[in-house]
Design a protein. Structure first.
Length: 289
């Protein structure tokens, strides 16, 4: 445990947000208490900056890494902004169209959906709420429940400003097949949607990941990676774990991912962030909300 100022990077879905909708009150208290004590707290998410839940942003952060490391913002200053080459975007879209695979493409401002995604996501959210009704009712207030998002069609996207793609497939082996077919210029990893069957994944350019985004922030601030703490639950958090001196997986993370992190905290609705902060001396137990 230490009182030395730390810089902390928090994943969003499955780390701050449970089931896409609920935030534990202790998470809000932990982040605010940490910042009050002089620590820096950053979001570190695969979501586009324009697609981060407003209630997450309302907690208050010192900056954010988004689109899986393609965009890094310190305060109001952008220190890294990468996009996929247009030819790469077109290749990804063509492959998914050939496979009849539902997909999103993400700019830094928003998300664009292929045909069929809107109805799929509406059904997915309804089923997720049904399966997690007890969790949602015990933690979320009425205003916490969000409507299914209304995505812009991919036909309206500016393909010169796309940073990442996300896909949903009925094929359980789609992640491996997509990596094989697209080749080594691309970075394809499992996504975080808890689908009842099939698979989903994320596609970016090789060399763009949360780790590179974190390094850009650390370099800009002149901070040592040894003082960094990374907390997450998904496969796009691997490079964050590798960069940060302290890596912590959520209790819901895949056991293999927990082993990579080397440390595990409690669940997202079981005070996971709060307990991790207390364990490392970032906040004091008596500051609980």
């Amino acid at each position: 445990m230490t009182s030395e100022p730390r810089i902390i990077f928090l994943d969003v879905d499955g780390t701050i947000l449970a089931h896409g909708e609920s935030i534990a009150p202790s998470t809000i208290a932990a982040v605010r208490a940490a910042r009050d004590r002089g620590h820096l707290v950053y979001l570190c998410t695969g979501r586009a900056a324009g697609d981060i839940n407003p209630r997450v942003l309302d907690i208050g952060f010192d900056g954010a890494i988004s689109n899986g490391g393609a965009l890094a913002v310190v305060g109001d200053e952008t220190v890294l902004a990468e996009t996929m080459p247009r030819a790469a975007v077109e290749r990804v879209m063509a492959y998914f169209d050939e496979q009849d695979t539902r997909y999103f493409i993400q700019s830094h401002g928003g998300v664009y959906a292929s045909a069929g995604v809107r109805s799929f996501i509406a059904d997915f959210i309804a089923e997720r709420r049904r399966r997690h009704a007890d969790d949602l009712s015990s933690v979320a207030l009425a205003e916490d429940v969000v409507a299914a998002p209304s995505f812009t069609p991919v036909e309206e996207a500016d393909l010169d400003h796309i940073a990442k793609a996300v896909f949903v497939s009925a094929d359980p082996d789609a992640v491996e097949k997509t990596q094989r077919e697209l080749g080594d210029d691309f970075h394809v990893i499992p996504g975080s949607m808890p689908l009842p069957s099939g698979s989903n994944g994320e596609v970016g350019m090789r060399g763009t990941n949360k780790g590179t985004g974190i390094r850009a922030v650390l370099s800009h601030l002149g901070r040592d990676a040894a003082t960094a703490v990374g907390i997450g639950d998904s496969w796009n958090d691997v490079e964050m774990f590798e960069v940060c001196g302290t890596a912590i997986a959520m209790a819901e993370a895949d056991p293999a991912l927990q082993r990579i992190a080397g440390e595990v905290t409690t669940g997202v609705l079981d005070d996971g962030i709060w307990n991790a902060f207390v364990r490392h001396g970032i906040i004091e137990p008596e500051t609980a909300a």
